[in-house]
Design a protein around this ligand. Structure first.
Ligand code: ADP
Ligand code: MG
Length: 227
Protein backbone atom coordinates (compact mmCIF):
# COMPACT_ATOMS: atom_id res chain seq x y z
CA UNK A 1 0.00 0.00 0.00
CA UNK A 2 1.38 3.35 -1.09
CA UNK A 3 1.07 6.04 1.58
CA UNK A 4 0.86 9.39 -0.19
CA UNK A 5 1.26 11.63 2.88
CA UNK A 6 4.41 9.95 4.12
CA UNK A 7 5.85 10.11 0.63
CA UNK A 8 5.24 13.86 0.30
CA UNK A 9 6.70 14.58 3.74
CA UNK A 10 9.85 12.67 2.92
CA UNK A 11 10.30 14.59 -0.32
CA UNK A 12 9.90 17.90 1.48
CA UNK A 13 12.54 16.87 3.97
CA UNK A 14 14.91 15.76 1.23
CA UNK A 15 14.51 19.05 -0.62
CA UNK A 16 15.08 21.18 2.47
CA UNK A 17 18.26 19.32 3.30
CA UNK A 18 19.45 19.62 -0.26
CA UNK A 19 18.84 23.36 -0.30
CA UNK A 20 21.26 23.94 2.52
CA UNK A 21 24.09 21.86 1.05
CA UNK A 22 23.90 22.10 -2.71
CA UNK A 23 25.42 25.56 -3.14
CA UNK A 24 28.24 24.86 -0.69
CA UNK A 25 29.22 21.63 -2.40
CA UNK A 26 29.19 23.04 -5.89
CA UNK A 27 31.92 25.63 -5.30
CA UNK A 28 34.70 23.22 -4.31
CA UNK A 29 33.70 20.87 -7.12
CA UNK A 30 34.15 23.68 -9.62
CA UNK A 31 37.56 24.53 -8.17
CA UNK A 32 38.77 20.91 -8.22
CA UNK A 33 37.50 20.50 -11.76
CA UNK A 34 39.52 23.52 -12.86
CA UNK A 35 42.73 22.21 -11.29
CA UNK A 36 42.32 18.72 -12.76
CA UNK A 37 41.82 20.25 -16.21
CA UNK A 38 44.89 22.38 -15.76
CA UNK A 39 46.99 19.40 -14.61
CA UNK A 40 45.69 17.27 -17.44
CA UNK A 41 47.05 19.62 -20.08
CA UNK A 42 50.40 20.33 -18.41
CA UNK A 43 51.39 16.99 -16.86
CA UNK A 44 53.74 14.36 -18.24
CA UNK A 45 52.47 11.80 -15.74
CA UNK A 46 50.85 9.02 -17.75
CA UNK A 47 48.57 7.86 -14.96
CA UNK A 48 47.24 11.34 -14.42
CA UNK A 49 46.65 11.72 -18.16
CA UNK A 50 44.85 8.40 -18.18
CA UNK A 51 42.63 9.02 -15.17
CA UNK A 52 41.90 12.73 -15.53
CA UNK A 53 38.94 12.19 -17.91
CA UNK A 54 37.42 9.75 -15.42
CA UNK A 55 37.85 12.22 -12.57
CA UNK A 56 36.23 14.95 -14.65
CA UNK A 57 33.36 12.67 -15.59
CA UNK A 58 32.66 11.81 -11.97
CA UNK A 59 32.80 15.46 -10.95
CA UNK A 60 30.33 16.27 -13.72
CA UNK A 61 28.06 13.55 -12.46
CA UNK A 62 28.16 15.03 -8.97
CA UNK A 63 27.37 18.41 -10.46
CA UNK A 64 24.43 17.01 -12.38
CA UNK A 65 22.91 15.60 -9.22
CA UNK A 66 23.32 18.95 -7.52
CA UNK A 67 21.78 20.79 -10.47
CA UNK A 68 18.74 18.54 -10.34
CA UNK A 69 18.43 19.06 -6.60
CA UNK A 70 18.79 22.82 -6.75
CA UNK A 71 15.84 22.97 -9.09
CA UNK A 72 13.78 21.20 -6.51
CA UNK A 73 15.02 23.08 -3.52
CA UNK A 74 13.89 26.67 -3.82
CA UNK A 75 10.39 26.76 -2.35
CA UNK A 76 10.79 30.45 -1.47
CA UNK A 77 10.60 31.82 -4.97
CA UNK A 78 7.78 29.50 -5.93
CA UNK A 79 4.89 31.70 -7.10
CA UNK A 80 1.68 30.35 -8.52
CA UNK A 81 -0.16 32.78 -10.77
CA UNK A 82 -2.02 32.80 -14.10
CA UNK A 83 0.41 32.03 -16.92
CA UNK A 84 0.08 31.57 -20.64
CA UNK A 85 0.52 27.86 -21.33
CA UNK A 86 1.13 28.62 -25.00
CA UNK A 87 4.21 30.70 -24.15
CA UNK A 88 5.52 28.07 -21.75
CA UNK A 89 5.20 25.29 -24.32
CA UNK A 90 6.68 27.40 -27.09
CA UNK A 91 9.75 28.11 -24.95
CA UNK A 92 10.09 24.46 -23.92
CA UNK A 93 9.79 23.19 -27.48
CA UNK A 94 12.34 25.73 -28.66
CA UNK A 95 14.76 24.68 -25.95
CA UNK A 96 14.31 20.94 -26.43
CA UNK A 97 14.24 20.77 -30.25
CA UNK A 98 18.04 20.86 -30.69
CA UNK A 99 18.38 17.96 -28.25
CA UNK A 100 15.74 16.09 -30.25
CA UNK A 101 17.42 16.83 -33.56
CA UNK A 102 20.70 15.57 -32.16
CA UNK A 103 18.99 12.28 -31.21
CA UNK A 104 17.03 11.95 -34.50
CA UNK A 105 13.79 12.71 -32.68
CA UNK A 106 11.21 15.09 -34.11
CA UNK A 107 9.49 17.19 -31.47
CA UNK A 108 6.01 18.04 -32.73
CA UNK A 109 3.76 20.49 -30.99
CA UNK A 110 0.09 20.83 -31.82
CA UNK A 111 -0.35 24.54 -31.12
CA UNK A 112 -4.12 24.73 -31.02
CA UNK A 113 -5.85 25.45 -27.75
CA UNK A 114 -4.26 28.49 -26.22
CA UNK A 115 -5.13 28.89 -22.58
CA UNK A 116 -4.08 30.19 -19.24
CA UNK A 117 -3.28 28.00 -16.28
CA UNK A 118 -2.30 28.50 -12.68
CA UNK A 119 1.34 27.72 -12.10
CA UNK A 120 4.87 28.92 -11.54
CA UNK A 121 6.26 29.65 -14.99
CA UNK A 122 9.91 28.77 -14.28
CA UNK A 123 9.14 25.56 -12.43
CA UNK A 124 6.50 24.49 -14.91
CA UNK A 125 9.08 24.86 -17.68
CA UNK A 126 11.56 22.86 -15.65
CA UNK A 127 9.03 20.08 -15.10
CA UNK A 128 7.96 19.90 -18.72
CA UNK A 129 11.57 19.97 -19.92
CA UNK A 130 12.45 17.04 -17.64
CA UNK A 131 9.53 15.04 -19.04
CA UNK A 132 10.31 15.98 -22.66
CA UNK A 133 13.94 15.05 -22.10
CA UNK A 134 12.91 11.63 -20.82
CA UNK A 135 10.67 11.17 -23.85
CA UNK A 136 13.58 11.91 -26.20
CA UNK A 137 15.93 9.69 -24.23
CA UNK A 138 13.45 6.79 -24.43
CA UNK A 139 13.77 6.68 -28.21
CA UNK A 140 16.45 4.47 -29.70
CA UNK A 141 17.15 5.18 -33.35
CA UNK A 142 14.65 7.74 -34.55
CA UNK A 143 11.17 8.68 -33.42
CA UNK A 144 8.67 11.35 -32.52
CA UNK A 145 7.68 13.21 -29.38
CA UNK A 146 4.22 14.74 -29.64
CA UNK A 147 3.05 17.54 -27.41
CA UNK A 148 -0.55 18.69 -27.24
CA UNK A 149 -3.03 20.37 -24.91
CA UNK A 150 -6.72 19.90 -24.13
CA UNK A 151 -8.86 22.26 -22.09
CA UNK A 152 -11.51 20.55 -19.94
CA UNK A 153 -13.70 23.46 -18.87
CA UNK A 154 -16.17 21.38 -16.85
CA UNK A 155 -13.37 19.97 -14.70
CA UNK A 156 -11.54 23.32 -14.65
CA UNK A 157 -8.29 21.78 -15.84
CA UNK A 158 -5.98 21.84 -18.81
CA UNK A 159 -4.26 18.67 -19.90
CA UNK A 160 -0.77 18.73 -21.34
CA UNK A 161 0.03 15.49 -23.13
CA UNK A 162 3.59 14.43 -23.93
CA UNK A 163 3.76 11.25 -25.95
CA UNK A 164 6.73 9.36 -27.32
CA UNK A 165 7.11 6.24 -29.43
CA UNK A 166 10.17 5.08 -27.53
CA UNK A 167 10.97 1.90 -25.68
CA UNK A 168 8.16 2.17 -23.16
CA UNK A 169 8.06 0.63 -19.69
CA UNK A 170 6.83 -2.51 -17.97
CA UNK A 171 4.25 -2.16 -15.25
CA UNK A 172 6.98 -2.69 -12.66
CA UNK A 173 9.11 0.10 -14.15
CA UNK A 174 6.11 2.39 -14.39
CA UNK A 175 5.54 2.07 -10.64
CA UNK A 176 9.08 3.21 -9.88
CA UNK A 177 8.98 6.47 -11.83
CA UNK A 178 9.43 9.41 -9.52
CA UNK A 179 11.16 7.50 -6.74
CA UNK A 180 14.42 9.20 -5.75
CA UNK A 181 17.44 7.79 -7.63
CA UNK A 182 15.41 5.39 -9.74
CA UNK A 183 17.11 5.35 -13.13
CA UNK A 184 17.74 2.83 -15.90
CA UNK A 185 20.28 5.08 -17.63
CA UNK A 186 24.04 4.72 -17.20
CA UNK A 187 24.37 8.48 -16.76
CA UNK A 188 20.98 9.19 -15.24
CA UNK A 189 20.40 10.78 -11.84
CA UNK A 190 16.94 9.36 -11.21
CA UNK A 191 15.85 12.76 -9.92
CA UNK A 192 14.17 14.33 -12.95
CA UNK A 193 10.77 12.68 -12.57
CA UNK A 194 10.74 13.09 -8.81
CA UNK A 195 11.26 16.83 -9.30
CA UNK A 196 8.67 17.14 -12.07
CA UNK A 197 6.07 15.24 -10.05
CA UNK A 198 6.70 17.29 -6.96
CA UNK A 199 6.61 20.67 -8.73
CA UNK A 200 3.44 19.87 -10.64
CA UNK A 201 1.73 18.70 -7.49
CA UNK A 202 2.90 21.87 -5.76
CA UNK A 203 1.04 23.87 -8.45
CA UNK A 204 -2.16 21.97 -7.74
CA UNK A 205 -1.74 19.76 -10.78
CA UNK A 206 -1.54 16.03 -11.38
CA UNK A 207 0.72 13.83 -13.46
CA UNK A 208 -0.12 10.44 -14.86
CA UNK A 209 1.98 7.99 -16.87
CA UNK A 210 0.78 5.24 -19.17
CA UNK A 211 3.15 3.08 -21.14
CA UNK A 212 3.44 0.06 -23.37
CA UNK A 213 6.69 -1.83 -23.63
CA UNK A 214 8.19 -1.40 -27.08
CA UNK A 215 5.46 1.04 -28.14
CA UNK A 216 5.94 4.21 -26.13
CA UNK A 217 4.87 6.31 -23.20
CA UNK A 218 2.18 8.92 -22.65
CA UNK A 219 2.42 11.48 -19.87
CA UNK A 220 -0.69 13.43 -18.97
CA UNK A 221 -0.32 16.50 -16.81
CA UNK A 222 -3.30 18.46 -15.56
CA UNK A 223 -3.07 22.04 -14.38
CA UNK A 224 -5.74 24.34 -12.96
CA UNK A 225 -7.46 26.24 -15.77
CA UNK A 226 -7.85 29.99 -15.52
CA UNK A 227 -11.07 31.10 -17.20
P1 ADP B 1 16.78 9.84 -15.31
O1 ADP B 1 16.23 10.48 -16.56
O2 ADP B 1 17.99 10.55 -14.79
O3 ADP B 1 16.98 8.35 -15.47
P2 ADP B 1 14.14 10.30 -14.29
O4 ADP B 1 13.59 10.44 -12.92
O5 ADP B 1 13.90 11.45 -15.20
O6 ADP B 1 15.68 9.99 -14.15
O7 ADP B 1 13.53 9.00 -14.94
C1 ADP B 1 13.61 7.78 -14.23
C2 ADP B 1 13.45 6.59 -15.14
O8 ADP B 1 12.12 6.49 -15.62
C3 ADP B 1 14.30 6.62 -16.40
O9 ADP B 1 15.61 6.17 -16.16
C4 ADP B 1 13.53 5.69 -17.33
O10 ADP B 1 13.84 4.34 -17.07
C5 ADP B 1 12.08 5.90 -16.91
N1 ADP B 1 11.37 6.81 -17.82
C6 ADP B 1 11.00 8.09 -17.60
N2 ADP B 1 10.35 8.61 -18.65
C7 ADP B 1 10.30 7.63 -19.59
C8 ADP B 1 9.73 7.54 -20.92
N3 ADP B 1 9.12 8.57 -21.51
N4 ADP B 1 9.86 6.35 -21.57
C9 ADP B 1 10.47 5.31 -20.99
N5 ADP B 1 11.03 5.32 -19.76
C10 ADP B 1 10.94 6.47 -19.06
MG1 MG C 1 15.22 12.31 -16.71
Amino acid sequence: QFDEMVYVDKLTMVSEMAASFAHEIRNPITTVRGFIQLLQTSTKDEQLQQFAPLILEELDRANKIITDYLQLAKPNDFRVRPIDLHHVLRDCVQLIQPLGAFANVAVEWDRHGECRVLGDEQYLKQSLLNIMKNAIEAIEGSGVVKISTEAHSQRNVVKVIIEDNGKGMTEEELKKIGLPYYTTKSKGTGLGSMISNRLIREMGGTIHYTSQLGKGTRVEITLPLVK
